[in-house]
Design a protein around this ligand. Sequence first.
Ligand code: SF4
Length: 327
Amino acid sequence: MRVTPRYIQPADGGLRCDLCPHRCLIADGRSGFCGVRTNSGGKPDLPYAGLLSTAALDPIEKKPLYHYHPGEMIYSIGFYGCNLRCPFCQNYAISQEFIRGGERRSPEETAAEAAGSGSFGIAYTYSEPLVHFEFLMETAALARERGLKNILVSNGFLNPEPAAEILSLMDAANIDLKSFSDDFYRRTLKGSLAPVLDFIRLAARKTHLEVTTLVIPGQNDSVREIGEIARFLAGLDPEIPLHMSCYVPRYKYRVRATTGSDLLPLLHEARRHLVYVYPGNIAGDADTRCPRCGALLIRRSGYRVEIVHEAGGFCGNCGKEIPLRRE
Ligand code: SF4
């Protein structure tokens, strides 16, 4: 199985990868910062293309997506590698440490397996899918031919041209906005904020979008910062769902876990600007209510979902249109 490498060209000293803002110069025999895009004798190589760390049927609420095909299962695949270095990564075994055990699939096999699973689509998720841009582009196009939907779960750290290409094939996305501080993105995550904001702006125009912020005590949990995140999203569309997930200690971080009481003032602040704000990774009110009449539309308990007063994207009580897609 071979996918053709793109956004990677000969340059003085090796190959230049222009896929993400790192713009790595990759010497012969080495890989870029993400660990998956390689210079092999002066030629670009993608040795991890199609090597799936995971393939599973998940509730779509696990992505998390709450306003897209609620209550349905989604065929979900994961890869290896990442172009950020979050020291609290919740999936570090596959994103940073390349703990192997995966199985290789071609784009054709992946699309066929998704169709055979009975799911309505494919979610590209678990580690960072965007560093496998070529595999995603090919698989997503084949999935569309089969009538399947494509769903991206990503850090959104990509250059504008490939971002426009990949989003043109995506039907829904959940993008991380890990902080509103460029300093935090640079020092702690080894990325930068502006490209992620640009990716989110583009995704809001091109696809169904939900956003996740992993709330870490003492790092990104000030009311001021959460307010900045919520105001930025509200400037795009106040009905973009925001998931505020609780962090638990993983990888290199020993900061204590986020608690429900940490989250309360942050949820309150975000709800001043956004209509749909949900706690994640913790028991709490994750129901969807009609913003006009208050009727309970969707009840959620863990990944159990009950559609109560919602029908066809409208409130069953007062008729208000709700941003909720199933097509
Ligand atoms: S995708 Fe990987 S190799 Fe390319 S610029 Fe980003 S980190 Fe570097």
